[in-house]
Design a protein around this ligand. Structure first.
Ligand code: ITT
Length: 198
């Protein structure tokens, strides 16, 4: 079976990928499986740039097919911030609670009709034959208070109108139907299948 490294240190992402990719004939390896603890500095200013940068760095370290995810939250009223800096918002090392509080604080005076936001995920898969890059987007709104305990990151503040729930109130199965990561994986799957069965 083809081995592919999922190059993330984020346990929330890793959990989701396990569900999203479970029907493919691939042996997925985590960085922990390979005892790799090195972090890669994300110096690019786009999701695509950082996804490729991470995929290349970990492909070099592992010598294997490598998939990297760069994702984040773009908030309309903040002109797209925190965007690629979502993991480092409002400053590097902030806890999840500090991130949620900072976002609520910045949007304190913004009415509901101007609280639109998107989760964006770019996946980059590096293989010896081709590099694949896909993007998934999930539209929602930034809620005025936290709700739900599932998921990770900004999920308790990301309101999904179609479900009348925040992302953190959805089951993991439902999040894996509609999330930015799910949309990106659905785009990647046929391209990956073609690489596995040329
Ligand atoms: P890796 O680089 O090791 O994959 P990371 O957490 O640093 O881990 P990113 O640089 O891609 O990953 O940052 C993405 C951030 O965006 C993440 O830390 C969350 O704060 C947020 N995020 C991404 N996807 C999310 C999701 O499904 N739900 C909630 N927040 C999400």
């Amino acid at each position: 079976m083809q081995e592919i490294v999922i190059a993330t240190h984020n346990r929330g992402k890793m959990r989701e990928f396990a569900g999203l990719f479970k029907d493919l004939p691939v042996k997925w390896l985590s960085l922990a499986d390979l005892d790799i603890h090195a972090d890669v500095e994300e110096t690019e200013t786009t999701f695509e740039g950082n996804a490729l940068l991470k995929a290349k760095a970990y492909a070099k370290l592992t010598g294997r097919w490598t998939l990297a995810d760069d994702s984040g939250l773009t908030v309309d009223a903040l002109n797209g911030r925190p965007g690629v800096y979502s993991a480092r918002y409002p400053q590097p090392g902030a806890t999840q609670q500090e991130q949620l509080d900072a976002l609520l604080g910045e949007l304190a005076d913004v009415p509901m009709e101007r609280r639109g936001a998107q989760f964006v995920c770019v996946l980059a898969l590096l293989t010896p034959n081709a590099d694949l890059v896909v993007e998934g987007v999930c539209k929602g709104e930034i809620a005025t208070e936290l709700a739900g305990t599932d998921g990770f990151g900004y999920d308790p503040l990301f309101y999904v109108p179609s479900d009348d729930k925040t992302m953190a109130e959805l089951t993991s199965a439902r999040k894996n139907e509609i999330s930015h990561r799910a949309v990106a994986v659905q785009k990647l799957k046929p391209q990956l299948a073609a690489l596995l069965n040329p």
